[in-house]
Design a protein around this ligand. Structure first.
Ligand SMILES: Nc1ncnc2c1ncn2[C@@H]1O[C@H](COP(=O)(O)OP(=O)(O)OP(=O)(O)O)[C@@H](O)[C@H]1O
Ligand SMILES: [Mg+2]
Length: 472
């Protein structure tokens, strides 16, 4: 009784299940399809029943069809994930369990139960994407937080030379102004340090400070980073503000401005002139109040001549022009910088270095420092890693500096030697003066002391133009 109730109603029962059910016979012909399966596959059961499975699913082959495989092998295939396109062209992903139907030992067919995981898959992928985005956003926020703060002040700029004292004084006096500042200086002279210090001495100190290197990004990316984008303005574009908007009320530092492509320089000029920023692909503009500071590491006159920077932009940006002097123009700063870096790295490296040997000092005071303060700092850091006592000596210097130092020393020694007759004359001159001093200017007694004839001494006194009276 129960048995017939079940068989009579089995189709209705199976149609209530939220899983697709296909049943095929031993020849691979479809003999049953439940409602869920027909919805999933977008196939009308009336059309499918009685037809071969490969006819209904042309994308399948005898090798890829789990049903045909199970009929062939008699072994169940469980937890098998499949992605296919249904007749509506939708991509469907299912997890299937395919088991053989046997009559005794004979395989008479197979049943496949498919769980639709299309939505779950989509959602989990989205979750992964969101997590990745969150991570990127999080990193961006940290980066931005770092990049949005100016950390150095004028106190961090070490230097006692007249050049540096004047520069600091000038920079301090223009700090409060909203006028653009352009800093020119060789690599490693401390341009970035100065920009930070100016921002921190200005009324904008609690507002954003954003630095962007113009040489670091390709033109289109730099443009969208600076001005922002709206979704759909180009493939993959999202709605996000640019650095101009982020730096509102603060300072935007554009480093290596001479590396910015000329076309972008024209766009930059427009934004600076009226303070209106339009995100790429947007119709509306936002007014911003941003102080622009720029750095340029080649001579601005050269940059203009080489057309690395547009004239109009240059004049606009260099309203206040400051020059960071090279280290070789201010050797007076070397000892104070040395002390500063020795103290810094003693703490950092846990060393007890107190100073440098006189040879190293002589070398540091004559070396050209092409990498400027950065090179000096790293030379000290490198030497301090090597140093085991309280003094930095030649042997602690990085090899390239040690080599130059050795050559330098030889050169100095060579200069000190000079031609032999010249040296002999110098010594002779000194000894004659000494003898005259000892004999209170008495030429006869001096000649005796020197064991030379009086006449010879007189001749040499005349030759060296010695004032006998002055030696009395
Ligand atoms: N006067 C100074 N006092 C202390 N440290 C300095 C000074 N000048 C430069 N430095 C240090 O030297 C390094 C280089 O300085 P900075 O990055 O400001 O140079 P830069 O001119 O911007 O160089 P680049 O053109 O290569 O970007 C930094 O570590 C900085 O702290
Ligand atoms: Mg720099």
């Amino acid at each position: 009784m129960l048995d017939s109730l079940f068989t009579e109603n089995i189709e209705d029962i199976l149609d209530q299940i939220d899983e697709g059910i296909h049943i095929v016979d031993a020849k691979g012909r479809i003999i049953y399809y439940n409602k869920f399966a027909s919805d999933l596959d977008n196939i009308n059961p009336e059309e499918a029943i009685g037809r071969h499975i490969l006819e209904i699913y042309p994308s399948l082959t005898p090798e890829t069809s789990t049903i045909l495989k199970v009929i062939k092998t008699g072994k169940p295939i469980l937890n098998n994930q499949q992605t296919f396109k249904n007749y509506r062209g939708l991509e469907i992903t299912t997890i299937n369990a395919t088991v053989p139907i046997k009559s005794g030992r004979k395989i008479i067919g197979a049943v496949e139960v498919s769980k639709d995981i299309t939505e779950v898959k989509k959602l989990s992928e989205k979750l992964v994407d969101l997590q990745a985005e969150l991570l990127i956003d999080h990193n961006k926020k940290i980066k931005q937080a770092e990049g949005m703060r100016a950390v150095y002040t004028f106190a961090d700029i070490i230097g006692i030379s007249d050049l540096m004292l004047k520069l600091k004084k000038d920079a301090l006096s223009v700090s409060a102004s909203p006028s653009p500042v352009m800093i020119y200086g060789d690599t490693g002279t401390g341009k970035e340090l100065l920009v930070h210090a100016i921002h921190n001495a200005s009324t904008r100190r609690n507002k954003p400070f954003i630095a962007q290197n113009c040489a670091a990004l390709p033109e289109t990316l730099l443009e969208s980073i600076l001005f922002g984008t709206v979704k759909g303005s180009f493939t993959g574009a999202e709605t996000r503000p640019g650095l101009f908007e982020l730096a509102n009320e603060g300072t935007l530092f554009l480093d290596e401005i001479n590396s910015m492509p000329l076309q972008l320089q024209a766009k930059l000029l427009r934004v600076i002139q009226d303070g209106n920023v339009r995100r790429i692909g947007d119709t509306k503009v936002t007014h911003v109040d941003v102080r622009i500071m720029t750095a340029i590491n080649i001579d601005p006159r050269q940059a203009l001549a080489d057309k690395c920077i547009r004239d109009d932009l240059f004049y606009r940006l260099s309203v206040i022009s400051l020059k960071m002097p090279a280290l070789k123009e201010r050797y007076e700063d070397v000892p104070v910088l040395l002390k500063h870096f020795i103290d810094k790295y003693s703490t950092l490296l846990g060393k007890n270095v107190k100073g440098i040997s006189s040879e190293v000092e002589a070398f540091f005071m004559s070396y050209a420092w092409p990498g400027n303060v950065r090179e000096l700092e790293h030379a000290v850091e490198g030497a301090m890693n090597m140093a085991d006592g309280t003094l930095i000596t030649d042997s602690h210097l990085p090899y390239y500096l040690a080599d130059i130092s050795k050559k330098d020393k030889r050169r100095i020694q060579k200069n000190a030697i000079g031609p032999l007759n010249h040296t002999i004359s110098k010594v002779e001159h000194l000894i004659i003066k000494k003898a005259l001093r000892l004999t209170e200017g008495n030429i006869t007694k001096a000649a005796e002391l020197l064991e030379v004839p009086r006449q010879t001494l007189q001749y040499k006194i005349a030759k060296y133009n010695i004032n006998v009276d002055a030696e009395k």
